[in-house]
Design a protein around this ligand. Structure first.
Ligand code: FES
Length: 628
């Protein structure tokens, strides 16, 4: 059996395999937001010729079914061959280098809290007397004795280190440079190198659920040499952490997912090493920051219990393991430090965010929020920190939204309704014809539609306005944002409900942390916003729909990717690494899913902007002006 693509490619198909699995096996990846459960509709493809059996038509319109569209994850071929067409919107782009907004000057941020560079690796230059017939101590005893003479005791030696010892000592004629790390128990020898090689580099990596960002750093001066970023290839297993956990455990994909993420990092690093003429062996340390699930998957540790009550990860504080354990393409004995996690849904990326935002150093109360694939928040000051994961879901990244997509070329990123008309002005990334809508476009659309009376406070489409843009779809009313001969981009009432749920979860999370700590919105001195679409978020509009609190706009600050910023600082400083462990240990996590108070806050926030309009005086004023 064969699958023929309209592009001319032909692949073998195994008996009983879904089209999605067959394509994946041959290196063709489809968007699979729900991880192949047949409920998101994102993996749709068009069958041109051939017989098939399908088990789900979720999210497909009657017209699409009529035209031969199927969900690849639930479709099996019953004829010999099948010819299919994969629409652009269903193709998953992974492995591409993507543009990132570089997070300000990190070195400046580093020097604002630390003066000295203290990488993970410490160096010790030693001359060891060569063995003779009269002095025939073993290699290891000989090394230990010299180290102790230098005043360094309790050095630990791994089997790998000892295995490498006889050759390297003799090759370097007993004049060596020993690399070791400090551990809780003392010190651990990592590797030996020649004193002639004086270059030393490190990498800081942010493993996001959606994107991976890598900074290559010169450890001699702390300067960032270059950066790279790409989509996390694990996207092919699903958009959100829950789907990934299910795929890793029930789907038996743990090893493959670990390999995916390591390969992504290696692929980002390789061109940088070539460009700057750096050897992989000269990368002497790495720091990883990710949410709890990403950190588990990176090390190949079962994340299954993260999603099962009582929601316990295997570990929050990770020992420093060596790069060779996971085939990271750097010096195989290089130490890899993982930012500590706080709880199942508050990970090292958030600890990184606290470090980068410095809210733990301020006397005043600040709020840190990372609006990425999930939505985590931290409230506190130098004395205390409370945190929560809002379960906002990845809908601002396109998941669960009919024409939702990530902020890539062709995504509607801004929407404006010309007052008094039903004309829409759309901003599209890359100035291309739109093929979908991304998070900032969704917030814009929601704001404009609400402000201009196209939807009511509950997000229901008002049928007697903008009549030419409203149609009845298979899931209920739909609002047409864009239409040409080929495609129509709509926001359905179901999409709007999902967006309102996501914004309500974020607002309710903030309200609950304030309520639990006895503070109010007025007590917040600064709100730091980090995360994927942080820099593109229009504060006014996010306030208008009730996602952010209605407080003075000058209190908001965008920080970009704070996960990489914290990882970078940990790469350069032992004090910052200690601070990271301290922050993770002292942060109080509030589990929102079992909090009664959260449900109350959430239900109150399921309105635009909120059930209690008095919480939104500026929105109340705008609406009052509109209605007079
Ligand atoms: S419907 Fe196929 S991956 Fe979601």
């Amino acid at each position: 059996m064969q699958i023929k693509l309209t592009t001319g490619h032909i692949f073998d198909l195994n008996e009983g395999e879904t089209l999605q699995d067959a394509l994946k096996r041959n290196g063709v990846y489809l968007v699979a937001s729900c991880g192949g459960k047949g409920i998101c509709g994102k993996c749709k493809i068009k069958v041109i010729e051939g017989k098939y059996r399908t088990e789900s038509i979720a999210k497909l319109t009657p017209e699409e079914i009529e035209q031969g569209f199927v969900l690849a994850c639930k479709t099996f071929v019953v004829s010999e061959d099948i010819t299919i067409d994969i629409p652009k919107t269903s193709k998953l782009v992974v492995g591409d280098i993507i543009e990132i907004s570089r997070t300000k000057d990190l070195f400046e941020l580093f020097t604002s809290i630390e003066k000295n560079i203290q990488p993970l690796i410490n160096w010790l230059d030693i001359d060891i007397p060569a063995p003779t017939l009269d002095n025939n101590l073993s290699d290891l005893e000989r090394l230990k004795r010299i180290i102790e003479e230098k005043g360094i005791n309790s050095m630990e030696f791994s089997l790998d280190f000892v295995r490498s010892l006889p050759e390297i000592l003799r090759k370097l004629e007993w004049k060596i440079r020993l690399a070791y790390i400090n551990t809780d128990a003392g010190r651990k020898a990592m590797f030996i190198k020649s004193r002639e090689e004086d270059k030393s580099y490190g990498i800081a990596v942010d493993i996001g659920t959606t994107t991976i960002v890598l900074y290559l750093v010169d450890l001699s001066n702390g300067k960032v040499i270059d950066t790279g970023s790409t989509y996390n290839s694990q996207i092919r297993f699903g958009d959100d952490v829950i789907t990934r956990i299910i795929q890793a455990t029930e789907g038996g994909m743990l090893d493959e997912m670990r390999e995916n993420v390591v390969e992504d990092i290696n692929n980002l690093l390789q061109p940088l090493l070539e460009k700057y003429n750096i050897l992989s062996d000269e990368i002497h340390s790495a720091v990883i920051a990710g949410n709890t699930t990403m950190s588990h998957l990176f090390w190949g540790i079962n994340p299954g219990f993260i999603r099962e009550e009582p929601y316990v990860p295997v570990l929050n504080s990770f020992p420093v393991w060596s790069a060779g354990k996971i085939n990271l393409s750097i010096n195989k004995n290089a130490p890899v430090y993982t930012l500590p996690c706080v709880a199942s849904y508050v990970g090292g990326d958030i600890v990184s965010g606290v470090i980068a935002s410095k809210i733990n150093l301020s006397k005043k109360i600040s709020l840190f929020m990372d609006i990425g694939t999930n939505g985590e928040i931290v409230l506190g000051n130098e004395e205390w920190l409370v945190t929560a994961a809002c379960s906002a879901g990845p809908c601002f990244e396109g998941s669960g939204i009919r024409h939702g997509m990530r902020a890539t070329e062709g995504a509607i990123e801004s929407v404006k309704i010309i007052p008094g008309t039903s004309e829409f002005v759309l901003g599209v990334i890359g100035n291309k014809k739109p093929i979908g809508i991304c998070g900032s476009g969704m917030i814009d659309a929601l704001t404009e539609m609400f402000m201009n009376g196209a939807i009511d406070q509950k997000g229901k489409i008002i049928k007697n306005k903008f009549t030419e843009r409203i149609k009845e779809g298979f899931e209920g009313p739909e609002f047409i944002l864009y239409k040409d001969d080929k495609r129509e981009i709509v926001l359905t009432e179901v999409d709007i409900e999902n967006l309102i749920r996501a914004k309500a979860a974020i607002f309710a999370g903030i309200s609950l942390l304030l309520r639990e700590t006895g503070f109010t919105f007025d007590d917040i001195e600064k709100i730091y916003i980090a995360g994927g679409f942080g820099n593109y978020l229009n504060i006014e509009k996010a306030i208008f729909i009730g996602m952010l609190p209605d407080i003075p706009r000058e209190k908001f600050r965008f920080l970009g990717n704070t996960s990489i910023a914290g990882a970078y600082m940990c790469l350069l400083s032992e004090n910052v690494r200690r601070e990271a462990e301290y922050i993770a240990g002292k942060m109080t996590n509030i589990e929102l899913s079992v909090s009664r108070g959260f449900m109350d806050e959430y239900i109150s926030a399921l309105f635009l902007p909120h059930t209690n309009i008095e919480l939104y005086p500026s929105v109340k004023n705008i609406l009052a002006r509109k209605n007079t």
